[in-house]
Design a protein around this ligand. Structure first.
Ligand code: F6R
Length: 261
């Protein structure tokens, strides 16, 4: 896995936005896999700025979000549909018909999950999947012990994730226990994965993801098997990495054509 260490979250998100904009410019009909959460918010802000000020055109782009809470309707303020609308889709020109987010209100959840997988395949597969990482090592909502070959399905959140996400709700009792999430295998099928993690509190799990054993107990560690996974992290999240000097060295010595500055 390639590790890029930036001074802070802001510059990490700027770099992520640049990588996405480069893809959108070189492949206007690309398929983006998107994440919610606090981490990528500044990345979406930068993409919105690029759209408004630099004409970055999303009119041929398709998107697939990682996950959604079961039982929250799209208009619910804590739904991931709502998050994506207010942070991104309401401000750019991705056609509504090309936006895909799991439907937490689906009557037949297994059939809906299968259909989601089919839609990703029909769109040609995901070119670039944006990911955050949970404190317990989840990507999407693949909690520890998730099968590393899993596909889109219903998952039960761990009490730790419920507690972690309670800050967005009135209290923990309101956080849905179930989610629909792309599986680890679905994520692994993306042509490129971009994981963002910032802040000291993520440093332990980042070290496990990058340098620990590949294990279902840290689903993000499966990205070590991905042919093109990049972790963009800040100095604080990098603190527990043992090969930190090497990651800096690799980035400093990158061939010009590989850089995205
Ligand atoms: C969100 C998602 C989650 C988050 C993770 C980190 O769509 O799939 O895996 O990326 O929980 O959340 P934040 O960024 O809020 O720390």
């Amino acid at each position: 896995m390639e590790v890029i260490i930036r001074t802070d979250a802001g510059s990490g998100c700027m770099l992520a936005a640049k990588m996405i904009s480069r893809l959108v410019r070189t492949k206007p009909g690309c398929v983006l896999g998107l994440a919610t959460g606090n981490t990528p918010r500044p990345m979406y802000q930068e993409l919105v700025r690029m759209h408004k000020e630099e004409g970055l055109d999303f009119s041929r782009v398709s998107t697939f979000n990682l996950d959604e809470y079961v039982s929250l309707p799209p208009g619910h303020p804590q739904s991931y549909h709502h998050f994506m609308d207010i942070n991104f889709f309401n401000h750019v020109n991705v056609p509504r018909a090309k936006i895909h987010i799991p439907n937490g209100m689906a009557a037949d959840i297994p059939a809906h999950c299968q259909e989601y997988e089919n839609q990703i395949r029909s769109a040609g597969g995901i070119d670039l999947q944006v990911l955050g990482i949970g404190l317990d090592g989840h990507i999407g909502f693949n909690e520890p012990s998730s099968a590393l070959s899993s596909r889109t399905r219903i998952k039960t959140l761990t009490p730790k994730t419920v507690e972690e996400n309670a800050r967005h709700f009135k209290d923990a009792a309101q956080v849905p226990r179930h989610v629909i999430t792309m599986g680890v295998g679905t994520i692994q099928d993306a042509r490129q994965c971009l994981v963002l993690a910032f802040g000291e509190r993520k440093s332990g799990v980042v070290a496990k993801m990058v340098e620990g054993p590949v294990t279902a107990m840290i689903p993000a560690s499966a990205l070590q098997l991905h042919r093109s996974a990049i972790a963009i992290i800040d100095e604080e999240a990098a603190r527990q990495l043992t090969m930190i000097d090497y990651y800096r060295w690799v980035y400093a010595n990158k061939p010009e054509w590989q850089k995205c500055e």
